[in-house]
Write a protein that binds this ligand. Structure first.
Ligand code: UFG
Length: 336
């Protein structure tokens, strides 16, 4: 049976780490990426890490004829769909573009898969589908909601996949609800390095550490959390990538769909993260307390037990690994 996997968005942050883990697990991997939020040198860096030639098509998942060509040129067994837009704030400014990229992009991929007779997909979802949960840790059975176009797109994609699987038993979907990805590959060759000023905490802190940004703005210190700052479930991107390998394996072995949280089950505050990063880089990082960011919730962390039961997944790497690997990556990148 074919062991070739199509990774959409495979040059991006989570996609590139998943490429490495899939190759290590013995899969062949084909990437499609439009490089709208990925650096051009990622395929070369993946070649250094894996020691093999990377097959990468440049293009958009909305391009059905390109997808048809990829499926014709490779014997693909399944796809992992990362390609999407992911900035909450931006989604409120250009909602239609988010719906086109995230919802129409998924439909375009599914239609091409169906034309090619490929019915197995791992989908990148988010804990954003839980909105502001009533109880913690949040389980997969918690009610879903949205409060911004980005969340709407993730929820709509999940519901679309559920309807398709319900009425067409050929399909098997792994819906992975990510908590907050952090860290970088142990080699320091790939990691997160947004082109613009980062929206997310970890890349922001890393750019304060390199001196590219002056200080971290902490969005609120009056939340009902132990130190007053927002609490999230940060998961090392290598753990997250391994979750995709396990999801694919389960889908290809059993043909049964699953929806699972990928988190650690532990919450850390903004100040916890800042202090952990200071330990990693070895110097103090300037910060100031700013007002709360509109739309932020106080606290969210996931119950990871279903992922363990269904996939055998358990996050291995902790906060210090996340910060040390991030610092290793970003400080090397700055010097290359
Ligand atoms: N934060 C700061 N300063 C910053 C950036 C973030 O204090 O410069 C704080 C936030 O207020 C929050 C925490 O750091 O308390 C984490 O913020 P992120 O932006 O890194 O992550 P979020 O939890 O807000 O967002 C993540 C994903 C989104 C997803 C959302 C839903 O990035 O894709 O979870 O839960 F929609």
């Amino acid at each position: 049976m074919s062991k070739t996997i199509l990774l959409t968005g495979g040059a991006g942050f989570i996609g590139s780490h998943t490429y490495v883990e899939l190759m290590a697990a013995g899969y062949e991997v084909v990437i499609i990426d439009d490089f709208s939020n990925a650096h051009r040198d990622v395929p070369d860096r993946l070649e250094v890490i894996t020691g093999g030639k990377v097959t990468c098509y440049e293009g958009d998942v909305l391009d059905g004829s390109l997808l048809d060509r990829i499926f014709a040129e490779h014997d693909i067994a399944a796809a992992v769909h990362f390609a999407a837009r992911k900035a909450v704030g931006e989604s409120t400014e250009i909602p239609l573009e988010y719906m086109q990229a995230n919802i129409a992009g998924l439909y375009s991929l599914l239609a091409a898969m169906k034309r090619a007779g490929v019915f197995t997909l791992v989908f990148s979802s988010s804990c954003t589908v839980y909105g502001d949960p009533d109880s913690l840790p949040v389980t997969e059975e918690a009610p879903r909601s949205f409060s911004h176009p980005y969340g709407f797109t993730k929820l709509t994609c999940e519901q679309s996949l559920e309807q398709i699987a319900l009425h067409d038993p050929r399909w098997a979907f792994g819906i992975l609800r990510y908590f907050n990805p952090a860290g970088a590959h142990a080699t320091g060759l790939i990691g997160e390095d947004p082109n613009d000023i980062p929206n997310n905490l970890m890349p922001y802190i890393s750019k304060v550490a390199t001196g590219e940004l002056e200080r971290l703005g902490v969005f609120g210190n009056d939340y009902p959390t132990p130190d007053g700052t927002g609490v999230r479930d940060y998961i090392h991107v290598t753990d997250l990538a391994q979750g995709h390998v396990l999801s694919l394996k389960a889908l290809l072995d059993s043909g049964d769909s699953h929806t699972v949280n990928l988190g650690t089950g532990r919450g850390y505050s903004v100040l916890d993260m800042l202090q952990a990063y200071e330990r990693a880089c070895g110097f103090d990082l300037p910060h100031e307390i700013l007002p709360r960011r509109p739309g932020d919730i106080a606290e969210v962390y996931g119950d990871p037990s279903k992922a363990q039961d269904v996939l055998g997944f358990r996050a291995q790497l902790g906060l210090d690994d996340m910060c040390a690997s991030s610092w290793n990556w970003i400080s090397r990148r700055k010097n290359t």
